[in-house]
Design a protein around this ligand. Structure first.
Ligand code: NAD
Length: 316
């Protein structure tokens, strides 16, 4: 029998795509999408849910007899710095509500993403290992680092099957990013395809870990489907895709659009990016559940351009 799945933050960049993947896998009627805002277009079961509202969250869990929660709702790194205390408050309250409601109502599995934002200046910048010191320098990173440990706490204290991935910057054509430090790597493709110049908010040499949406969604499903005893890391798994800088992605796009103009105007996000790893090591994820990325930069570029060209052509 198919599990009943609740997704929080389902209208966001990742939630939009993950919801469709889960619907495809488990059946439309078994996936309850939720968010504080409606998605642009949607076919399926949707509930308006502010996850900081513990009572409403529990009502929905009971109403649908939810077996698994994919908790994506969060305030992201760059947006989060506009109001750091609010970011901490929302991100922590939402996660603790999910963990506590899951414990009380015997939800079988919980997924909550962490981020490369948990690393700070004391972690190795290249090939950052899974168990590096976490000393994040954003409110978002602080909330993700604390959240990882709360997940582990609920696993050890209550046996709740909590699983997590540290996503790199996610690049996809299906949805727009929601205020992170790696958003430029999606926006740049939209500008290239629409023939407009692009002003990059990071410096041209800022290398960061990134991942194509399809890899991120597949990693999430593979982690959640792995046998419980295989999951040895209960804080969060590093998962690596590909690392590149704005200059390198520009060169890749110029193979298709040689006249594409890119200018650089680093803003406050540069300081955030400078403290993050350039690349991360993911041997624990490969060891425990056979993680392997499929998309390199040239394949990402091809997929992004081909699909966005199709999307924009459909709009006119
Ligand atoms: P997003 O900003 O696009 O989507 C987040 C969604 O959460 C939004 O639709 C927003 O309306 C919703 N939300 C905000 N506050 C809420 C609340 N109180 N209750 C219910 N919904 C609320 O973010 P995303 O890129 O889709 O990220 C999803 C998750 O993945 C987040 O936890 C994020 O930290 C993590 N992540 C994303 C990336 C990335 O590159 N996109 C990288 C690392 C980690």
């Amino acid at each position: 029998m198919s599990p009943t799945i609740l997704i929080t933050g389902a209208s966001g960049q990742l939630g939009t795509v993950l919801t469709e993947a889960l619907q495809h896998k488990y059946g439309r009627e078994n996936v309850i999408a939720s968010d504080i805002r409606l998605p642009e277009s949607f076919d399926g079961v949707f509930e308006i849910l502010d996850v900081t509202d513990a009572i409403r969250l529990e009502e929905i869990i009971l109403k649908y007899k939810v077996d698994q929660i994919f908790h994506l709702a969060a305030i992201l790194s760059a947006n989060g710095e506009q109001n750091p205390l609010n970011t901490w408050e929302i991100n922590m309250k939402a996660l603790l509500n999910v963990l506590e409601a899951s414990r009380k109502n015997k939800v079988a599995k919980v997924f909550h993403p962490s981020s490369i934002a948990v690393f700070g200046e004391n972690a190795p910048a290249v090939d950052t290992p899974n168990d590096s010191l976490l000393n994040p320098l954003t409110s978002y990173g602080l909330s993700k680092a604390a959240g990882e440990n709360w997940g582990k706490y609920y696993f050890h204290k209550y046996g709740l099957d909590v699983r997590s991935l540290r996503y790199p910057g996610i690049i996809g054509y299906q949805s727009k990013p929601g205020g992170g430090t790696t958003d430029y790597a999606v926006e740049i493709f939209h500008k290239a395809v629409t023939g407009e110049p692009f002003t990059c908010f990071l410096d041209k040499e800022t290398t960061l870990p990134m991942m194509f949406m399809d890899d991120a969604v597949r990693a999430t499903l593979e982690l959640m489907e792995s046998p419980r005893e295989n999951i040895k890391v209960r804080t969060s798994y590093n998962i690596a895709g590909i690392s590149f800088s704005p200059e390198e992605i520009t060169a890749s796009i110029r193979e298709r659009f040689p006249n594409f103009i890119v200018e650089y105007a680093p803003d406050f996000r540069q300081e955030i990016a400078d403290k993050w790893p350039k690349s991360i090591q993911d041997c624990e994820a490969s060891r425990d559940w056979n993680w392997k990325p499929e998309y390199d930069l040239s394949r990402i570029t091809m997929e992004m351009i081909d699909n966005l060209q199709g999307n924009y052509a459909g709009f006119v």
